[in-house]
Design a protein around this ligand. Structure first.
Ligand SMILES: Nc1nc2c(ncn2[C@@H]2O[C@H](COP(=O)(O)OP(=O)(O)OP(=O)(O)O)[C@@H](O)[C@H]2O)c(=O)[nH]1
Ligand SMILES: [Ca+2]
Length: 500
């Protein structure tokens, strides 16, 4: 009996006081942590949405973006959740049947209607931006371009979103918003890191945009865009070359080869064995080529492949003008370009083409890349078709030209060297979003990138709760130790019975 009592006396945890203290302490810690977690928990994740239609020269694509409702101002939080490729050609191809341009967008719009939650429809902004195809149509026939916009606007307003209008982007906007997209998605803007240049190759125009430290914008103000984003100033160089997208460049190159109006055009940019009958009138339609039209041409010509990379490169070079430059340095066609400053992300057709050719790895020396393309171009057309039975014939026939055009544009046009070629990364997506101008355009129009860095709490939520919990446990242990240190002073509750 006495041994048991002694045990009980030596083990303070068995005293009622200690049990009560422990229970209260544990309840207090649980309550403290629960309150901290609940109080600081991010609000229920409600999402907002935005829709952008990219009305390009070759086709239209719809993108849906999503971001947490309470975080409009934070970087890297807007993500592409869906994209839809509109069936058929770009809206500029509907000049003679504008209503069909509107109609063509319906399937993708209906998809968007299903994917964006109904209660968000009315507050979801919907934008349509048109690029080089509509720029060319506007130059050629402005009333036709107005009619296309009218039809497209009418069609889009039938949907329950908040329609914000359809317009042609300037080449500057197209280049600058592509740059914003790439750097936003890479989280470079908020962190003030060195930015990545953007190279976009479309069907009818191509853009180059980058920040160069030794360029202040004064030499060619029309190539300069200034931004203040998250507290940092950017002076961006950007230029869009109309007609230098890959489809129009192909047309210009072929038009140049056929300028004497022959019955057969022997084309080094197409595979040996490739042959097709083409119309002169189609070859020379549109503002990029109309001035090259031969005086007296036949109705058709036979387009015959020769598969010679070096000759193709010479033919491609003939559509660039390197003869005049009124600035300290130029790319081509008398356009100012400051010293290149890497890294660069190259997307759209840069990616489609280099990915098909298995040449996206830019650590491979440029000479090796050229050798590989030389072999590819020289491969007979029937062999190419056998090797790629699933690829659309139109795309397949043009990869030799497109690859040659890309290398020529980068090296001869923009002055990338064997060394700086490795600064380029061919990309399609960054995280889940496509690289392109659409995201930057929406971020700008919804004011989602603030000029100044918003204040943010010094600790992330998880860190804050963890520190709070550790401190609470430490305080509790200290409290227990303090109580134990007072133990010798406790009055004896039970007296030892005297054994007589
Ligand atoms: N090989 C291949 N080519 C593609 C694909 N998608 C588009 N293209 C072609 O690549 C070129 C550029 O496509 P986009 O970047 O969509 O061009 P776009 O936006 O219509 O044209 P711009 O208005 O000049 O920007 C066009 O010649 C398209 O026909 C693809 O999936 N594979
Ligand atoms: Ca485009």
């Amino acid at each position: 009996m006495s041994a048991q009592r002694e045990m009980k006396e030596k083990n303070p945890w068995q005293t009622p006081v200690m049990i009560i203290i422990t229970v209260i302490g544990v309840i207090a810690i649980v309550a403290l942590v629960t309150v901290a977690v609940l109080q600081n928990r991010p609000l229920l994740q409600k999402y907002k949405y935005g829709i952008v239609l990219d009305a390009g020269s070759s086709h239209t694509a719809l993108y849906i973006y999503e971001w947490p409702a309470e975080k409009d101002n934070n970087t890297g939080r807007v993500e592409q959740t869906h994209s839809c490729k509109v069936k058929g050609p770009g809206i500029s191809s509907y000049a003679s049947a504008p209503l069909e341009a509107g109609e063509s967008l319906r399937a993708c719009m209906q998809e968007a209607e299903k994917l964006v939650p109904g209660k968000r429809h009315h507050e979801t902004p919907l934008y349509l931006g048109a690029t080089a195809g509509m720029r060319l149509l506007n130059i050629e026939n402005s009333s036709a371009s107005d009619k296309v916009f009218q039809a497209v606007g009418d069609a889009l307003q039938k949907f329950p979103f908040s329609y914000q209008g359809a317009r042609i982007l300037s080449g500057q906007e197209e280049g600058a918003f592509g740059w914003v997209t790439v750097n936003y998605l890479d989280d470079r803007l908020k962190q003030g890191l060195e930015t990545t240049g953007a190279l976009d190759l479309g069907g009818a125009s191509t853009q180059i945009s980058f920040v160069s430290n030794n360029y202040d914008g004064s030499e060619s103000p029309r190539n300069s865009v200034t931004f203040r984003l998250y507290g940092n100033d950017y002076n961006l160089y950007t230029h869009s070359f109309l007609c230098y997208g890959k489809d129009q460049a192909l047309k210009m190159t072929l038009a140049q080869m056929a300028k004497e109006g022959p019955a057969t055009v022997f084309d080094p940019c197409f595979h040996p064995g490739y042959t097709a009958t083409k119309n002169y009138s189609i070859l020379y339609d549109g503002p990029c080529v109309s001035d090259r039209k031969p005086q007296a041409a036949l109705a058709t010509f036979t387009h015959t492949g020769k598969g010679n990379f070096l000759q193709c490169q010479e033919a491609v070079k003939s559509v660039f003008n390197f003869t005049y430059c009124k600035y300290s340095r130029c790319s081509f066609n008398g356009v100012f370009q400051p010293l290149l400053q890497g890294p660069f992300g190259a997307f759209s057709a840069y990616y489609f083409v280099m990915n098909f050719l298995n040449l996206t790895d830019t650590s491979i020396p440029l000479e090796t890349v050229k050798d590989s393309l030389k072999r590819y171009c020289a491969t007979p057309w029937n062999q190419i078709m056998l090797l790629h039975p699933d690829v659309k014939l139109k795309y397949l026939a043009e990869y030799c030209f497109s690859g040659t055009y890309i290398l020529t544009l980068l090296t001869e046009g923009y002055n990338f060297t064997s060394k700086s070629y490795s600064d380029i990364k061919f990309i399609k997506k960054i995280k889940s979003s496509d690289a392109g101008w659409t995201l930057g355009y929406m971020l700008n129009l919804t004011n989602m990138i603030p000029a100044e860095n918003p204040d943010s709490p010094p600790l992330p939520h998880v860190g804050y709760v963890s520190i709070l919990s550790v401190i609470a446990v430490l305080l509790f242990i200290l409290f227990i130790l303090f109580i134990l240190s007072l133990r010798p002073l406790w009055p004896r509750c039970s007296k030892q019975p005297q054994i007589v």
